[in-house]
Design a protein around this ligand. Structure first.
Ligand SMILES: Nc1ncnc2c1ncn2[C@@H]1O[C@H](COP(=O)(O)OP(=O)(O)OP(=O)(O)O)[C@@H](O)[C@H]1O
Ligand SMILES: [Mg+2]
Length: 266
């Protein structure tokens, strides 16, 4: 379970990116974090693993206060938090397999990873994960030969080989076409369910979020504006988070997409 208590971040520039955010996420829960550009979504995710240092407040993961850890404690704790990025952050010249194995860096130590001498058990697990994300045939391809959707699948496998307890996902579909976006969101949510993994998924696309998660948090100017099930995102709530728009059109579009999805699955 993850608890954020009065989590606050003020950047050196004076930008108040997070204002006393209070959130509790039970083990295994997948939630979407929505909100306009600049609302603080990336800052929130990055404060959890302290890629960004919170100004005050605390992050407690399974009873451990992450905000108080020394650098070695933090290194250990970060192994339990997998990250998936919009821009994939793959090493272009390395193969798919090597990129996935790099997720074990936190365990095997720098030199072993540098010399690419991973234990056989890691290699076996990498093959299993590549199979699960649908990339087994591409294990030896270079990362720069892949499509966006394939790159994100590598990013997912790399996060999972860490064997995390929590996934932090920042705009996983922002660089992908609508159909691929849906496949990637579905894959992430299915994997979380299979593994009992909790996840926070930052996502711009409200309709996509509504399709896949049970809980949505809406951030606006660094504060929580909404916390509830996706069907609680009424036009009024969306206006409170994003400002005036024709939300009814967005909501109807989701309904149609769902129908289309169901008929495709049948
Ligand atoms: N390194 C930084 N230094 C100073 N201010 C920053 C920094 N990173 C973010 N900010 C500011 O903090 C606020 C929140 O930014 P953040 O990137 O967390 O928003 P976001 O919700 O992820 O936006 P987007 O949807 O565009 O990715 C913004 O006002 C932004 O300008
Ligand atoms: Mg962001």
């Amino acid at each position: 379970m993850l608890e954020l208590k009065k989590l606050t971040k003020t950047y050196a520039t004076g930008d108040q990116a997070l204002k006393a955010v209070e959130v509790e996420i039970p083990a295994g829960q997948v939630l979407a974090l929505i909100g306009p550009s600049g609302a603080g979504k990336s800052t929130l995710i990055r404060c959890i693993n302290r890629l960004v240092e919170p100004t005050s407040g605390s992050v407690i993961l399974n009873g451990e206060n992450i905000t108080k850890l020394s650098s070695s404690g933090l290194r250990r704790a970060r192994r339990t938090m997998g990250m998936i990025f919009q821009e994939y952050a793959l090493v272009e010249r390395l193969t798919v397999m090597e990129n996935v194995l790099s997720g074990r860096l936190g365990y095997v130590g720098f030199w072993r990873a540098f010399l690419r001498k991973y234990p056989q058990s890691d290699i076996d697990e990498a093959y299993r994960l590549l199979d699960r994300v649908g990339l087994l045939a591409m294990a030896d391809k270079r990362a720069d030969e892949l499509s966006g959707g394939q790159r994100q699948r590598v990013g997912i496998a790399r996060a999972l080989i860490q064997d995390p307890k929590l996934l932090l996902v920042d705009e996983p579909t922002a660089s992908l076409d609508p159909k691929t976006s849906r496949q990637i969101m579905r894959l992430i949510c299915e994997l979380c369910a299979e593994r009992g993994l909790a996840a926070i998924i930052n996502i711009h696309d409200v309709a996509l979020a509504q399709m896949f998660v049970q809980r949505v948090i809406g951030l606006q100017l660094g504060a929580v504006q909404f916390d509830g099930p996706p069907d609680g995102l009424t036009p009024e709530v969306l206006t409170a988070i994003y400002g005036e728009e024709d939300w009814q059109a967005t909501i109807e579009e989701v309904d149609e997409d769902d129908l289309e999805n169901e008929s495709a699955a049948a």
